[in-house]
Design a protein around this ligand. Structure first.
Ligand SMILES: *[C@@H]1O[C@H](CO)[C@@H](O)[C@H](O)[C@H]1NC(C)=O
Ligand SMILES: *[C@@H]1O[C@H](CO)[C@@H](O)[C@H](O)[C@H]1NC(C)=O
Ligand SMILES: *[C@@H]1O[C@H](CO)[C@@H](O)[C@H](O)[C@H]1NC(C)=O
Ligand SMILES: *[C@@H]1O[C@H](CO)[C@@H](O)[C@H](O)[C@H]1NC(C)=O
Ligand SMILES: *[C@@H]1O[C@H](CO)[C@@H](O)[C@H](O)[C@H]1NC(C)=O
Ligand SMILES: *[C@@H]1O[C@H](CO)[C@@H](O)[C@H](O)[C@H]1NC(C)=O
Ligand SMILES: CC(=O)N[C@H]1CO[C@H](CO)[C@@H](O)[C@@H]1O
Length: 427
């Protein structure tokens, strides 16, 4: 160090043009101001000064330097200078590099800023997107909740339905049972009906004393119901064809009604002329009429033949047979007469409607000695419109009447009353 300082002093003293670049930064600026900062100039320093130099270290010491010494020193010094110049160059490069770096830093900063901006833009867009997604998630969650509630409700409904289903299944079982029951019943009933149908006979004879309503089946004619009568004085196997008991049924009816029949089979009724025609034509029949006054007296009229003509024949009373009884033969005058109603005047009178006159319907001739389809009076009256049997009780109203028929052949076989009658007849 000491040696370097000495060189410096020499240089300053001997040649002012020689520039010295110190390694310290403090000396750099003043040198720069004086000398151009170019290493090439420094190279020119190589030119040695002509005179020798004397260096006074202090008052007592003086160092004499020879030219040769100086040259050596100069060599060393020049080497140092070159080194320094190289260093400076390095520094300059470094600085310019730094400057470029500053520039690149700027760019980087800008880029960073740009990036930041881009990032923040992206961030905000991402944030927005996230918010959107969040909202959508919330929406979905709400929807899920709604669906959950709906599902719960559906499950409840399903449970209810299952319950209902089981109860319906029970009901169905119940109804199946019922259906089976009714099917069985129907089969039984059907069998009954079929049995009835097959057993249906042409008269009440097979039912004997059974006083029930039975089915009668005549060839070529639809089966029909009739009240069988087996418990009167007339004996068993009779078919009731007309009954008057209380006036509950109106008997003042037209031809059609008398043809078809009307009333109630277990009360007052008229069986119908068409049926009478069919029955009495299927086989020979007998007729038994029983009548009763309001005072309780009874009587009967029995005819061993009874045949009614067809509708074309006006349901004519074609056969009446022999009379037998204690009511007297009031029907005889009506033998061979056609039936008459107020709207079908078949009577013997040309200027009189007997049905109208007697308020009934009958085999009227010059009107009538009997009027069993006449007007019913609830008490005894003397009235030609009433239900009367004139030879027995004049035109006085009767309390009850019943007309019965029975196939004759059956009578021969098991007719008990006939035996009695024949026994009683002589008396
Ligand atoms: C330094 O010297 C070189 C040639 O040696 C020259 O090209 C350059 O311009 C000089 N620089 C200055 C600042 O004088
Ligand atoms: C670096 O750049 C900034 C701004 O761009 C500038 O102010 C500064 O002087 C520069 N530094 C150098 C060493 O060039
Ligand atoms: C920032 O980046 C965008 C897109 O990457 C580009 O268009 C724009 O020029 C950039 N700005 C700067 C200052 O680098
Ligand atoms: C992104 O944006 C959100 C909200 O806008 C903000 O809180 C967050 O700091 C931002 N992040 C960055 C890295 O910019
Ligand atoms: C309803 O009941 C029937 C018969 O019991 C059964 O077969 C069916 O699966 C049931 N349905 C439901 C939805 O439970
Ligand atoms: C007619 O005969 C029946 C039966 O024999 C008898 O019950 C009735 O009292 C008799 N009536 C008269 C009026 O003789
Ligand atoms: C390299 C260089 O610049 N050399 C110069 C040194 O100084 C002399 C004069 O003193 C110039 O002639 C050289 O060109």
């Amino acid at each position: 160090m000491e040696y370097f300082c000495i060189i410096l002093i020499i240089m300053l003293a001997s040649a002012r043009s020689i520039q010295v670049s110190s390694k310290t930064k403090t000396t750099k600026a003043p040198i720069k101001q004086v000398l151009p900062t170019n290493a090439t100039i420094i190279a020119n320093v190589t030119a040695p000064p002509e005179k020798l130099a004397e260096v006074h270290i202090d008052q007592h010491k003086t160092i004499r330097i020879s030219k040769g010494d100086l040259d050596d020193l100069l060599d060393v010094y020049m080497g140092r200078i070159a080194e320094n110049a190289a260093t400076i160059k390095d520094k300059e490069i470094e600085i310019s590099q730094l400057q470029t770096k500053n520039q690149t830093d700027d760019e980087l900063l800008k880029k960073f800023e740009n990036l930041t901006q881009v990032c923040s833009t992206q961030n905000s867009s991402f944030t927005a997107a996230i918010k959107d997604k969040d909202n959508k998630i919330k929406e979905l969650e709400q929807k899920v909740k709604i669906y959950e509630t709906r599902l719960k409700r559906k499950q409840l409904v399903l449970t209810e339905l299952r319950k209902l289903n089981t109860s319906s299944a029970l009901l169905i079982d119940h109804f199946k049972g019922k259906v089976a029951y009714f099917e069985r019943k129907f089969r039984e009933k059907k069998d009954d009906l079929l049995a009835d149908w097959e057993a249906a006979t042409t008269s009440c004879v097979p039912f004997g004393r059974s006083p029930r309503i039975h089915l009668i089946h005549l060839p070529g004619f639809l089966p029909f119901l009739v009240p069988c009568e087996g418990q009167t004085a007339a004996g068993p196997g009779w078919t009731s064809i007309q009954r008057r008991v209380d006036g509950s049924v109106n008997f003042y009816r037209n031809w059609d009604a008398y043809s078809k029949g009307f009333g109630k089979l277990n009360g007052e009724f008229w069986i119908g002329l068409e049926k009478l025609y069919r029955m009495t034509n299927s086989q020979p029949h007998e007729l038994y009429i029983s009548i009763k006054r309001f005072d309780g007296e009874t009587s009967y009229a029995h005819y061993d033949d009874f045949l009614i003509g067809s509708a074309e024949e006006g349901y004519e009373l074609k056969l009446l047979g022999h009379y037998q009884g204690n009511a007297s033969d009031a029907l005889r005058t009506h033998d061979k007469m056609k039936f008459s109603t107020f709207d079908r005047d078949n009577d013997a009178f040309t200027h009189m409607n007997c049905a109208e006159h007697h308020q009934g319907a009958w085999w009227y001739d010059f009107c009538s000695r009997s009027n069993l389809n006449g007007k019913y009076f609830k008490g005894e009256v003397d009235n030609p419109q009433s239900v009367y049997w004139e030879p027995w009780y004049s035109f006085r109203s009767l309390k009850s009447v019943q007309m019965l028929i029975r196939p004759k052949s059956q009578m021969e076989l098991k007719d008990l009353p006939k035996a009695k009658r024949t026994a009683r007849n002589p008396t």
